[in-house]
Design a binder for this molecule. Structure first.
Ligand SMILES: [Zn+2]
Length: 179
């Protein structure tokens, strides 16, 4: 399956190539903001290794692709697996997902199966929910199980310098569809 990889998204991701976790998180927010500006959903994600080498990026394409599963995290996972020619992102060096917002229940499940070892998220789920997006039931117990079963760790203390609410503000200004 081919995975869409728009130039604007790759250009934004490359700005954080080799960068710190905070810079990578900033660029996930930048992708989310540009995604909203372009009429897509206000979410972005980057998959990178421990040295900040970028494997793939994703943004929310639900409406454009008429695909309810095309959230930023899933887009990034598909692109990363395509790039590495593997269905298991845990097969090589540990990889981290930098997401503009906490994952919804579907993306949590996809991350769980992907082999990703770490996730850093910028905006809290409440920020998406405040706009009307549904995140579904992701509980602390689910995170604890993912850590135990898959070694999936939420990165603590990685803070973006960009405002993680900016993508939502841009989306709201554009009267974007809520789904
Ligand atoms: Zn999602």
């Amino acid at each position: 399956m081919s995975v869409p990889r728009p130039d604007w998204m790759l250009d934004l991701a490359r700005e954080a190539e080799g960068g710190s976790p905070s810079q990578l998180l900033d660029q996930a927010i930048a992708i989310a903001t540009e995604s909203a500006r372009r009429g897509h959903g206000p979410f972005g994600a980057i998959v990178a290794d421990a040295g900040g080498a970028i494997v793939a990026a994703g943004h929310n394409r639900v409406i454009a692709d008429r695909d309810s599963t095309m959230h930023a995290e899933i887009h990034a996972i598909r692109a990363a697996e395509h790039e590495l020619a593997s269905h298991d992102l845990g097969a090589g060096e540990p990889l981290t997902m930098y997401a503009s917002c906490e994952p919804c229940v579907m993306c949590f499940g996809a991350i769980y199966w992907s082999g990703l070892q770490r996730i850093a998220a910028a905006a809290p789920a409440e920020a998406a929910e405040a706009l009307g997006f549904e995140e579904g039931p992701v509980t602390a117990a689910m995170w604890a199980t993912a850590r135990e079963d898959k070694g999936l760790v939420r990165t603590e203390g990685v803070e973006p310098t960009r405002d993680p609410h900016q993508p939502f503000a841009v989306y709201r200004e554009g009267n974007g569809e809520i789904y």
